[in-house]
Design a protein around this ligand. Structure first.
Ligand SMILES: Cc1cc2nc3c(=O)[nH]c(=O)nc-3n(C[C@H](O)[C@H](O)[C@H](O)COP(=O)(O)OP(=O)(O)OC[C@H]3O[C@@H](n4cnc5c(N)ncnc54)[C@H](O)[C@@H]3O)c2cc1C
Length: 578
């Protein structure tokens, strides 16, 4: 190895891909245990999507009313429409308080009650106010605090490094190969344990609340390694995306007392969820909005309804929701103090992802066998905690709690295992991807393919779905995949080659979208966020099961043998009404 090569080879105990809440929490745990840990992230750590979270982080602290873990568990089970694994949910709610107090002790500036305790606001589907918050910048303060802690414990940060391939051989993870965005060139990261914490992937849709970086890169990498994804058909549409932009107006708006009205000025939730009204879970509220829009009762007959905050008054809006107010002013020129804000459902959260067990070890099949040394946590993983629908504020909590679990599991693994050899010619796969795009002779543009995918996903696989539309969509995806093989990029340079990394991202979007839609076509029932107008009922006899999906030469292979874990004596399935 010469000096130049040595600069591109990095040996660590553990590698964390992703610097959101999940990745940073894991890295902190590993570093505190004295391990050499590298965090690789394609965006600067504090720009990870976790920082965009507004509303809060759930825990049954009972600081403003009575509450209990059992109630938090029940709400999460019901929210999941009885697809969430109840052993995971039980563990999650029991760890949630500890996670919040840990953040408090690290110095997170939570909003407080009059008597100085952490304040908690109401959120959809939670019977009690359980969202611990910091005005409407909760994710921002959590992320910054964790980042500072990681710096304190000497975590090695490789910012603007994008992972292009996983090094898994003979079922053992050995590291990753990443593109150095700033300078160009591939680097090999060799380690005993690897965590995939690459966040959500809402960018498959046109109208989405997700950041541009949320392209599901690790899902594409898992699939190309012959490994499965789980429950990909479950995509959450958030009811209050800014009209046309999809940018989020936090659920905290309704938590603080905001109403939804249609074009006739009616509070339409009365018809759909009499008891919980605007604070029914997201899937229920999004469907109600879409029905109003489809039946011609949108604002000005257009594809939106209104979020009305005026009755809360200027003082409360400015104190509790300053960021969302600014967003509406900047993007729609609407000030919520004086006017209702036009909103529509927006692709927001992905319940499915890389299957993992309670220790965050990646599963290679529905029986529960693992890939040695490979871990996943946060939104990109599927444990399955949220089942068919996630409750708001449960996902910051998931990312932090299971980030910590990942750190602990990896730490144990690293102590007890040696470093495996790298596969021969370990950079070949990543190098092949780069040269196919740089040297290709085709005429296709990745940005065009991406737009077509997003348009069609929003049109045919949104809040309401049916077989006919989704089959049309599958045809489009297959055509786009064929055209992707002919993508060439114009920029042939090394430094900040956005053309290159965006082209790589589009490949991943196209890859997992196929899996998402095949899973959605196969699931002939309506559960949680997956609503089929041609199969409008939940079917517990056939479908209280998880979907495992692989990509093969012949297309997507599905398996439905893994049953949801239900505690029949405590939380048997009920009709889900709000
Ligand atoms: C607008 C918005 C508001 C939200 N509000 C709330 C809320 O109030 N409460 C709540 O509980 N949840 C909320 N959520 C959901 C929650 O924020 C996310 O689920 C959670 O933060 C995800 O954390 P993460 O660590 O898994 O991923 P992220 O924070 O998304 O981090 C992903 C990381 O992966 C890195 N990465 C990705 N691909 C690669 C690659 N190929 N190579 C290297 N690095 C890569 C990125 O650089 C980034 O650092 C919100 C989501 C959105 C979009």
């Amino acid at each position: 190895m010469n000096i130049e090569e040595a600069k591109k080879y990095h040996r660590m105990d553990a590698i964390v891909v992703g610097a959101g809440l999940a990745g940073l929490r894991a890295a902190l745990e590993l570093a505190r245990d004295g391990h050499e840990v590298a965090v690789l992230t394609k965006v600067y750590p504090t720009r990870s999507h976790s920082g965009a979270a507004q509303g809060g982080i759930a825990a049954s602290l009972a600081n403003t009313t009575d509450d209990s873990e059992e109630l938090h568990m029940f709400d999460t089970v019901k929210g999941s429409d009885w697809l969430g694994d109840q052993n995971i949910i039980e563990f999650f709610v029991s760890e949630a308080k500890k996670t919040v107090y840990e953040f408090e002790h690290m110095g997170v500036p939570f909003s407080r009650t009059e008597d100085g305790r952490i304040n908690q606001r109401a959120f959809g589907g939670h019977q009690k106010p359980r969202a611990c918050f910091s005005a409407d910048i909760t994710g921002h303060v959590l992320l910054h605090t964790l980042y500072e802690q990681c710096l304190k414990y000497n975590v090695h940060f490789y910012n603007e490094f994008q992972v292009f391939s996983l090094l898994v051989e003979k079922n053992i993870s050995r590291g990753v190969v990443a593109w150095d965005i700033r300078n160009g060139g591939l680097h090999t990261f060799h380690a005993k344990a690897v965590l995939l914490a690459t966040g959500g992937y809402g960018r498959a849709f046109k109208v989405t609340s997700n950041a541009h970086a949320n392209t599901g890169d690790s899902l594409g990498l898992i699939l190309e390694n012959g490994l499965p994804l789980e429950d990909m058909e479950f995509v959450q549409f958030h009811p209050t995306g800014l009209f046309k932009h999809g940018i989020l107006m936090s659920e905290a708006c309704r938590g603080e007392g905001g109403y939804l009205t249609n074009g006739k000025g009616e509070r339409f939730m009365e018809k759909y969820a009499k008891e919980k009204m605007e604070l029914a879970p997201r899937d229920v509220v999004s469907r109600s909005e879409q029905t109003e829009i489809n039946e011609g009762r949108g604002g000005n007959g257009d594809d939106y309804v209104y979020l009305d905050m005026r009755h809360l008054g200027e003082e409360k809006i400015i104190k509790r929701l300053p960021q969302v107010r600014d967003l509406a002013i900047n993007y729609l020129k609407v000030d919520m103090i004086n006017e209702p804000v036009p909103i529509q459902p927006t692709a927001h959260y992905s319940m499915g992802g890389i299957p993992a067990n309670i220790n965050t070890e990646v599963l290679k099949n529905p029986k529960g066998d693992i890939v040695v040394g490979l871990y996943t946590a946060g939104e990109t993983s599927c444990l399955s905690l949220h089942g068919a629908n996630r409750l708001g504020t449960n996902s910051l909590q998931e990312a932090a709690t299971f980030g910590r679990v990942a750190g602990t599991s990896m730490s144990e693994f690293v102590k007890n295992n040696g470093l495996e050899n790298l596969p021969a010619n370990e950079t070949d796969n990543a190098r092949g991807k780069v040269s196919a795009l740089m040297e290709g002779k085709g005429k296709e543009r990745h940005s065009v393919l991406k737009e077509e995918l997003q348009e069609n996903m929003t049109k045919y696989a949104g809040v309401y779905r049916n077989e006919k539309d989704m089959k049309k969509l599958m045809k489009v995806i297959k055509e786009l995949q064929a055209r992707y093989k002919k993508v060439t990029i114009d920029d042939k340079g090394d430094a900040y080659n956005m053309d290159l990394f965006e082209a790589f991202e589009v490949g991943n979007l196209l890859s997992f979208s196929e899996v998402m839609i095949e899973g959605a076509i196969a699931r002939k029932e309506s559960r949680g966020a997956h609503f089929r107008t041609d199969h409008p009922k939940r079917d517990d006899k056939k479908w209280m099961k998880h979907t495992f999906a692989w990509k093969t030469a012949k297309g997507v292979k599905l398996d439905h043998t893994r049953k949801a874990i239900i505690y029949m004596d405590r939380f048997p399935p009920l009709e889900r009404k709000y």
